[in-house]
Design a protein around this ligand. Structure first.
Ligand SMILES: Nc1ncnc2c1ncn2[C@@H]1O[C@H](COP(=O)(O)OP(=O)(O)OP(=O)(O)O)[C@@H](O)[C@H]1O
Length: 270
């Protein structure tokens, strides 16, 4: 494998007596779309939260282009080129889509408050760059006609896209998407999958996603890591994951030895 852009090594997270992640390791190749999947409670969200500094690690390291990310305070992680979305939408209803997207630019703001208030040249230049990024991200996600709409009036699918657009406006190298198509119908999921692929190409992104929609995972991902009970049980290309008896058994709640040929359909349907 080429040098990974993001690498989890021996991640262990405990909540009291519960071991939510147990010695989890995987590597994400630059430019890839890499999915983390697994049954409910497998540890997927915990893995994302641990990798982005939201949950403390009991053991393990996270590296971004070889440098320790787990030592970076969580509010500075975005400056290292990692942006993420959250499973549950937390967008303030009263803000417009453009306001939310500009929030994604916050860490790039250099001009001071006074310069911004007085609209000094540096602040005006910064605002122009922000507006350019906001517009191009909105266009690729089909939000350009909604920039002035308050988030609260938008249908769910557009709010999910706004959340992804906010993260993209940070111009990250790595984008972490926590269940991007949850709550969407099949057509919306497929369309958003296409947009994610386009974003990867247009912005040269690496994408790490947690997702339950197996059709999307299998069609979109270059690589899949499977968790069960906080452990990695498989880590491979999607077509091999679909055929893996250990993975199929995890989804069926069965013994791998009992998984017979033909059951792999279960994994492809989710
Ligand atoms: N903040 C927390 N406090 C205590 N236990 C937690 C916490 N977050 C997660 N857990 C536990 O850690 C384990 C992994 O949960 P996690 O939410 O990471 O799984 P998941 O794979 O994302 O599940 P789902 O697909 O249902 O979202 C579960 O046993 C869960 O109950």
């Amino acid at each position: 494998m080429v040098e990974p852009i993001l690498q989890a090594e021996g991640l262990t997270v405990r909540f009291g007596g519960v071991v939510a992640l147990d010695d989890v390791s995987f590597a994400v190749a630059p430019g890839s779309i890499h999915a983390v999947i697994g049954p409910n409670g497998a540890g997927k969200s915990t893995c994302f939260n641990a990798m982005t500094g939201l949950y403390p690690l009991a053991a393990g390291t996270v590296r971004m282009s070889g440098e320790r990310l787990d030592r970076v305070p969580r509010h500075r992680i975005v400056r290292r080129g990692v942006a993420r979305t959250f499973q549950n939408l937390v967008l303030p209803d009263a803000l417009t889509v453009a306001d939310v997207l500009r929030l994604g630019r916050h860490h790039r703001t250099r001009a001071g408050l006074l310069a911004t208030a007085l609209a000094l040249p540096a602040a005006r230049r910064e605002r122009r760059t922000d507006d350019d990024v906001v517009r191009s991200v909105a266009e690729i996600l089909g939000l350009e006609g909604h920039l002035d709409d308050p988030v609260g009036v938008l249908p769910y699918g557009l709010r999910k896209k706004t959340e992804i657009a906010r993260a993209l406006c940070a111009e990250p190298e790595v984008l972490l998407l926590d269940e991007p198509v949850a709550g969407m119908n099949d057509a919306e999921s497929r369309a958003l999958g296409e947009r994610i692929r386009e974003c990867r190409e247009q912005f040269g992104l690496t994408v790490l996603l947690v997702e339950h929609d197996m059709e999307l995972v299998m069609s979109l991902s270059d690589h899949v890591t499977v968790l069960q009970s906080g452990r990695v049980i498989a880590d491979d290309r999607p077509e091999r994951i679909q055929q893996d008896p250990v993975v199929i058994a995890a989804y069926l709640g069965a013994d791998p030895a009992e998984v017979r040929d033909g059951r792999e359909e279960v994994v492809s349907r989710g």
